[in-house]
Design a binder for this molecule. Structure first.
Ligand code: MG
Length: 385
């Protein structure tokens, strides 16, 4: 959609709050198209293909990875953005970048790395995603990171503790940390990516969960949001095999959630009538589900938490994953020379905090299989193989 057709409350590329390192505009692309392209060409983006979403990367080739998850978030986000005349390019850029800071092994990896970093400021994946695009990518002669526009960075930093917001505010006054201190919201595109993330993982975790055999359609009868579409699909097509029934129920569920978000958000926008993005930032969050859909989505989340994420088979890999991260962290901390030369030199340059952060950045950047290979090389133990 050309920018001239965007709603007044959308983020317009021409009114972007800009990049940390000013650059001339591009002849054929908007600022957010450029951001998307920079993200797609980044090293961290390519690594997402070998990073766990819920199922470890090597458990099967059909399950979601961080990369396919990010593509699904972008698809859902863009569909909704177009209906609401929001900036699709910005939604795409934020969606593709939102998980760049994830460690190997999904939440198990992030929790363990956070524990390892307890004395050094902790580890948090949203903050790490911002760190990847601001600092860790090494692609440009004049600066570190890929120098994304403010609005894209704002969307990437979807949560932030007060302490971390103060640290960001200190080095970037009025920047992406400010809204957490001022109690403001981000632009609608960022709000949308947040919700598209939730819609995407709820749906694809049902799909992967059933296909892995860890949860069943029978168990899902206790989840009204899903079971209603399963029952309707089955009534219409009584002889469907389970695989197709599952896909059809998920497809219907996704459509209904998308329409619910569009209707609910449109009503909220009409009620508040924000004149522009600045007005949006001062209003309560406008992108959301209706109360009924919100409640049912929460119930689905609770089901997935109890039945899938806490499934004994998933928990078993969780323990192994935590051990890999814990032992890698301890080894690199005591022997930085086990890291590649660039990281080894960097680790020796500063204080203990600097060394720990260098190690955390190195581990966070790893794919699942690289982490396992490194762990085996350094400990002789083969875990999760
Ligand atoms: Mg995500």
């Amino acid at each position: 959609m050309p920018e001239s057709l965007l709603a007044p409350y959308a983020c317009h590329s021409a009114h972007s709050r800009g990049r940390r390192h000013p650059e001339p505009t591009a002849p054929t692309r908007t600022e957010f198209q450029r951001d998307r392209d920079r993200i797609v060409h980044s090293t961290a983006f390519r690594r997402l293909v070998y990073k766990t979403q819920v199922f470890l990367n090597h458990e099967g080739d059909l399950f979601r990875t961080r990369l396919t998850h990010s593509l699904e978030v972008a698809q859902l986000g863009r569909s909704i953005a177009r209906s609401l005349r929001l900036n699709e390019d910005l939604v795409e850029a934020i969606s593709l970048a939102h998980d760049l800071g994830h460690t190997p092994f999904g939440h198990a990896g992030q929790d363990e790395l956070n524990a390892c970093m307890a004395d050094f400021g902790g580890f948090e994946h949203n903050l790490q995603s911002l760190r990847v695009v601001d600092t860790l990518e090494e692609r440009y002669p004049a600066y570190d990171g890929i120098n994304l526009a403010f609005e894209t960075r704002e969307g990437i930093l979807k949560h932030c503790s007060r302490r971390n917001a103060e640290l960001i505010e200190a080095r970037e006054p009025g920047g992406v940390g400010r809204r957490f201190l001022a109690g403001e919201r981000p632009g609608l595109e960022a709000q949308l990516c947040n919700l598209a993330d939730e819609i995407a993982y709820n749906a694809h975790d049902i799909d992967d969960g059933v296909r892995s055999g860890l949860i069943t359609l029978e168990q899902l009868r206790e989840v009204p949001l899903f079971d209603r579409y399963r029952a309707a699909a089955q009534a219409q097509y009584p002889h469907l095999v389970e695989r197709r029934l599952l896909s059809e129920a998920i497809r219907r569920m996704l459509s209904d959630q998308v329409y619910d978000v569009i209707d609910t958000t449109r009503a909220a926008i009409d009620a508040h009538a924000p004149a522009d993005v600045s007005a949006v930032r001062r209003l309560p969050a406008l992108v959301g589900f209706s109360p009924a859909m919100r409640e049912q989505s929460q119930a689905l989340k609770r089901f997935l938490f109890q039945q899938l994420y806490r499934h004994p088979q998933v928990m078993q890999t969780t323990e192994g994953a935590r051990q890999v991260v814990r032992e890698l962290f301890a080894i690199y901390q005591s022997t930085p020379g086990e890291m590649p030369p660039a990281q080894a030199v960097q680790a020796r340059e500063g204080d203990a905090q600097h060394r720990a952060r260098t190690v955390a950045d190195f581990i966070a950047g790893m794919t699942d299989r690289f982490a396992l290979r490194e762990h085996e090389r350094l400990t002789g133990k083969r875990l999760l193989g």
